[in-house]
Ligand binder design. Structure first.
Ligand code: XMP
Length: 459
């Protein structure tokens, strides 16, 4: 059963959509303001998306298709990031001044920092100083003295931008220039998800077999998310059992697709802080075609819910993450109604500005690459080997493609959150736990809109 096979029936709404509470959990100890996790995929989740998503109230899982030290670096960048978005706007002191002038005009900014190759802010280029500059000259000749803000002074940077002292306030760390705060970010109504020390939350993907990586990430990261295609495997379960003994961060087990898989996971692991549910239901997955096996996300979530009921486990102590195939808020509402606490998405976020892949222009259109982690390209990156191992599996189980560019992730997430609130409202729930109780599904026939009967809550 997948997202298109069912529909939610409307119910008596106890509140207005804007009053619907969509806070939830990504794992036992990690609360989120928006129930959305970015999937650990190398065209999606690196530090930039992780920062934006955590500021907006969700959480990203940094992919592991890179050396472990590099993955740790991504986690640290999120943890050390100030609680405001920093935009990567800067010019080189050796740029031609007329080019900088034109770029400032098209960005709608009156100023921007000049940053040299070592990351040092050498001055501020101000549009008013460049109005009459000639095209051969370097911008450095016309620059105002540098002005920077350390990480501790980010609030001051925001205030200065809001009062119009400058349009792009450069923030620096010991390592050099980090980015600028502009008005858009300074006034953004962020609802960040923060750890006990007030830093942004972030998760990281690990293979249960890579204990060394898990231990390296453990002290810095909030959640270790298991990243194997088939967690219900005797060797994987043994390795995961050891991993949870030797780490302290929340551990989300997955991917799983069946009730038995969840039950076995609980019986073998002394700690399970979340369940990543869904096998081969993703938008770029070809596993079901290659192997003839799948557990579509909605079905997998319902299986997990059933298992938790049988085990007597509170669903907020082992939140179910619906992973794969979510195309928008409508699918997410169905996943939540089936028992998920949050959804994990790759495709939905791959086209955003902050997603890890670069933008590509073809003709007049802008795209971003998006690929499965078991696609040829991803497999060729060395560290994908242990997810869909070439040793045990010699076939590709994912495709590579392009998705339309969607702009800043903020737009996507805000739309997603509004859609969720509307969906919960229609279904007659004022919160996600209430949706679990009240949701009523109906099965659709192939003729869109035709019901074959209703199913109360259980799928
Ligand atoms: P969406 O639909 O959100 O799905 O893009 C993201 C999820 O898809 C899984 N994934 C794969 N599954 N072959 C697969 O069968 C792959 O190459 C592949 N890459 C990612 C993964 O669970 C991810 O979170």
């Amino acid at each position: 059963m997948s997202f298109d096979d069912v529909i939610l029936l409307p119910g008596l709404a106890p509140v207005e959509p804007w009053q619907v509470d969509i806070r939830s959990k990504a794992s036992r100890n990690v609360e989120v303001n928006i129930p959305l996790l970015a999937a650990p995929m190398d065209t999606v989740s690196e530090w930039r998306l992780a920062v934006s998503l955590a500021l907006l109230g969700g959480i990203a899982v940094i992919h592991r298709n890179m050396p472990r030290e590099e993955q740790l670096e991504h986690v640290r960048r999120v943890k050390n990031h100030p609680l405001v978005e920093l935009r990567n706007i800067a010019f080189s002191p050796s740029d031609e001044c007329c080019r900088v002038r034109d770029a400032l005009r098209s960005l709608g900014l009156r100023d921007a920092p000049l940053v040299d190759e070592s990351g040092r802010v050498t001055g501020i280029a101000r549009l008013s100083d460049l109005l009459t500059c000639s095209c051969g000259g370097r911008v450095a000749k016309h620059a105002a003295p540098p002005r920077t803000y350390s990480l501790e002074r980010v609030e001051e940077a925001k205030r200065d931008v809001i009062r119009g002292a400058l349009d792009a306030a450069p923030v620096v760390s010991e390592a050099g220039f980090l980015g600028v705060v502009t008005l858009n970010e300074a006034v953004a109504p962020y609802k960040p998800v923060l750890d006990e020390e007030g830093r942004l939350r972030v998760a990281a993907a690990v293979s249960p077999f890579d204990l060394e990586r898990a231990k390296l990430l453990d002290s810095e990261v909030d959640i270790l998310v298991s990243d194997v295609a088939h967690f219900h495997n005797a060797n994987v379960l043994s390795a995961a059992a050891r991993l949870v003994k030797e780490t302290r961060a929340d551990f989300v087990a997955g991917n799983l697709g069946t009730r038995e898989g969840v039950v076995d996971t609980f019986s073998r692991l002394e700690r399970v802080d979340g369940l990543r549910m869904g096998i081969a239901g993703g938008n770029i997955c070809t596993t079901s075609g290659v192997a003839g096996v799948a557990s579509p996300t909605l079905h997998a979530v319902a299986e997990a819910r059933q298992a938790l009921r049988e085990l007597g486990v509170d669903p907020l102590q082992a939140p179910i993450i619906a992973d794969g195939g979510v195309r928008g808020s409508g699918d997410a509402v169905k996943a939540l109604a089936a028992g998920a606490a949050a959804v994990m998405a790759g495709y939905l976020l791959a086209g955003t500005e902050e997603a890890a892949a670069p933008t590509i222009r073809i003709g007049g259109q802008v795209f971003k690459p998006y690929r499965g982690m078991a696609s040829r390209g991803a497999l060729e990156r060395r560290h994908a080997a242990d997810r869909y191992s070439r040793v045990s599996k010699k076939v590709e189980e994912g495709i590579e493609g392009l998705v339309p560019y969607k702009g800043p992730v903020r737009r996507v997430v805000e739309e997603f959150a509004e859609g969720l609130r509307a969906g919960l409202g229609y279904a007659g729930a004022s919160s996600i736990p209430e949706l679990w109780e009240k949701a009523r599904f109906a099965r659709l026939t192939s003729r869109i809109g035709a019901f074959t009967g209703t199913v109360r809550t259980r799928l």
